[in-house]
Design a protein around this ligand. Sequence first.
Ligand code: SAM
Length: 286
Amino acid sequence: MNNLYSPAYVKKIFKKYNFRYKKKLGQNFLIDKNINEKIIEAASISKDDVVIEIGPGLGNLTQILCENAKKVISIEIDEEFKQIHEDILHYDNLEIIYDDFMKVDLNKILEPFNKEEVKVVANLPYYITTPIIMKLLEEKYPVNKIVVMIQKEVAERFASPPGNKDYGAITLAINYYTETHYAFTVPPSVFVPRPKVSSAVVVFDVLDKPKYRVYSEEVLFNVIKGAFAKRRKTFVNSLSSTFPEYDKDSIVKTLEHFDLNKSIRGEKLSLEEFVKISNYLMEMIH
Ligand code: SAM
């Protein structure tokens, strides 16, 4: 019988297929049924949903997704799972693509679907959490909800306020594109092999329209990236040395215009302030 929630069964599968988990691909398998069900609940999965899953691994979460969603498209980089999937995952509504998520053309995959019906649900490989989330947000795919399990520490960073040491470009991107909430914490004991740190499930509701009126998203995100490129420098120095097209004088004038101290660091600025600054700079320079 297929019981991917039994450590003994999982061990048997590993042995039968001579499978050795690959640390460098972030392979920690979640073998707790209750937690997988809580993920389905946090994502409010129903028979109207098309789900993109990143990294199905053995298929623990995949099978619950298939039982609850209309369609599941899973993308797995490790082709060693192919035979295991063929033997143990038998669902008509499941399609598995063996490729690197960072390289797949998600627009093409999602072409037949509407934004309202598409969700991304995944227990993410931790070595690549930030690039995956940035890809999902910046490329503006037709996805309305993203529910991911990530390291607890990273989940906390996503919710950190300006001035906190963990505040950074990704916090601002998440804040700009989504409404985010921390769903629940997951202990290392429910994984095989056990990771060293705790994990957390985070829900991102992708906004139809960003929270602020921005003249150019490209300028906004250049200003944000420039501000955090050299954390120990002031906002003026970091931005002007990363992007020379923003000259020091214009940046200082912009800060003065908004009554901000010219020696302020980027990490003290809120998303709203970044929006105001980038809009003003855009008017002045472009
Ligand atoms: N979903 C399974 C579970 O919950 O037990 C496995 C989760 S495991 C944390 C991460 C999975 O992502 C592994 O199966 C790994 O091979 C896969 N993976 C790693 N890098 C990937 C990438 N760039 N694209 C697609 N899958 C990837």
